[in-house]
Ligand binder design. Structure first.
Ligand code: NDP
Ligand code: MG
Length: 396
């Protein structure tokens, strides 16, 4: 029986994880569930899965959750705030931590899980983008295990021989190829990108996801963050990571070997597949996903990404090559710009413009400690906010 802490249980990945867990009560049980502000949904999840702990973002939220749970006779204990997240991520009551908080807020609890030697099922790519070196050092030093949930990285993991996190997986690997759907604006006239509304940007053609990552998919910043994530997970340099647009989202990524073989993982675009793979690893379990019908799909197509249409992809490759604080600055500026765009305070095209200016201005320092990373995160948020004409961005 695996005991899970699910960080970000009320989100899209959280809900898919609980769907798989509910199919296998003999294999998985829940130690802790966490949300930020959606204590209503968290209460329903607590009543269904009976965790020992539930954590929310604020004292008021915790009081409301507590009242609801006590009224229903639930024994689940309630905590709140960043320290409670760290506590449930490192508690001995769970052996496996699903890291599915969105954005930089997921870094501290995910790092705590690494330091506690947990098996980490990682969806929160921002943790690796901000501080890949520090994070992998913690994983190695404390004997933690890292299994990727992100569909592309999970696909690559499945196409590689077994290896430790962050190690060069196999002498025979030539490159890894991350596939991308190209998002909702793949064929849109680039001259009209400035007119895009948040409602248009969050409508992904193939995947159903949270709002932030949906915008990142539209700009292809998501693929850029995934390139950086792949670099840390699989230990390959930027020039051995390719991105290929594949609009059907059936091939979730590939590994090209030196002998000319290319291995791919295929499936319907449903996050329950990579989640079930990582949850049950090394076994395989039913994920409730309909079987792939290749005859009905009939055609799989591929194209190179257009840099003019997707400037965020190049910004991310540049940040990875630059090293130091560039990736953390890129990630923080992107979070602020996406937040401003979703709130109607910034145009779609200002996301890439803001990220480029922030990385140019403050992305060139060395990042040796977590404090260096957190400092650059704060500065990048403040600079991005001022460039966008908004107030100070939310820190972590
Ligand atoms: P959602 O926005 O759907 O969910 C985010 C979760 O994080 C919610 O539980 C939310 O709580 C919680 N949360 C938000 N802000 C904070 C905070 N400041 N402190 C603590 N908890 C917080 O996101 P997704 O599920 O789409 O994505 C989660 C992560 O997984 C992201 O890093 C994303 O890049 C990655 N990912 C997602 C994929 C997908 O298909 N969705 C695919 C691959 C990776 P509340 O509900 O209360 O706001
Ligand atoms: Mg992905």
């Amino acid at each position: 029986m695996k005991r899970l802490t699910l960080l970000g249980s009320t989100g899209s990945i959280g809900a898919s994880t609980l769907d798989v867990v509910a199919r296998h009560p003999d294999r998985f049980s829940i130690f802790a569930l966490t949300a930020h502000s959606n204590h209503e949904k968290l209460a329903e999840q607590c009543l269904a899965f009976r965790p020992e702990w539930a954590v929310v973002g604020s004292a008021e939220g915790a009081a409301q959750l507590e009242a609801r749970l006590r009224a229903a006779g639930s024994p689940t204990r309630v905590g709140y705030g960043p320290q409670a997240l760290v506590a449930v991520a490192s508690d001995a009551g769970a052996d496996t931590v699903v890291a599915a908080i969105v954005g930089a807020a997921g870094l501290a609890p995910t790092l705590a899980a690494a330091r506690a030697g947990k098996t980490i099922l990682l969806a929160n790519k921002e943790a690796l983008v901000m501080s890949g070196a520090l994070f992998l050092d913690a994983v190695r030093e404390h004997g933690a295990t890292l299994l990727p949930l992100d569909s592309e990285h999970n696909a690559i993991y499945q196409c590689l021989p077994p290896h430790a996190a962050g190690s060069v997986p196999h002498g025979g690997v030539e490159k890894i190829i991350l596939t991308a759907s190209g998002g909702p604006f793949r064929t849109r006239d680039p001259k009209t990108l400035g007119d895009i509304t948040p409602e248009q940007a969050v409508k992904h053609p193939n995947w159903s996801m949270g709002r932030k990552i949906s915008v990142d998919s539209a700009t292809m910043m998501n693929k850029g963050l995934e390139v950086i994530e792949a670099h840390w997970l699989f230990g390959l340099p930027a020039d051995r990571i390719d991105v290929l647009i594949h609009p059907q989202s059936v091939i979730h990524s590939m590994v090209a070997y030196k002998d000319g073989s290319v291995l791919a993982q295929l499936g319907n675009p449903d996050m329950r597949t990579p989640i079930a793979h990582a949850l049950a690893y090394p076994d395989r379990v039913d994920a409730g996903v309909r079987p792939l019908d290749l005859a009905a799909i009939a055609t799989l197509t591929f194209e190179k990404p257009d840099e003019a249409r997707f400037p965020c992809l190049k910004l991310a490759f540049d940040a990875l090559r630059a090293g130091g604080t560039a990736s953390a600055a890129l990630n923080a500026a992107n979070e602020i710009a996406v937040e401003a765009f979703l709130a109607g305070r910034a145009r779609y095209t200002s996301i890439a413009e803001t990220v480029a200016r922030v990385v140019d201005t403050i992305g060139h320092r060395a990042a040796r400690t977590l404090d260096d990373v957190l400092e650059i995160d704060r500065e990048a948020r403040a600079l991005a906010s001022s460039l966008l004409g908004a107030g100070a961005g939310a820190g972590i």
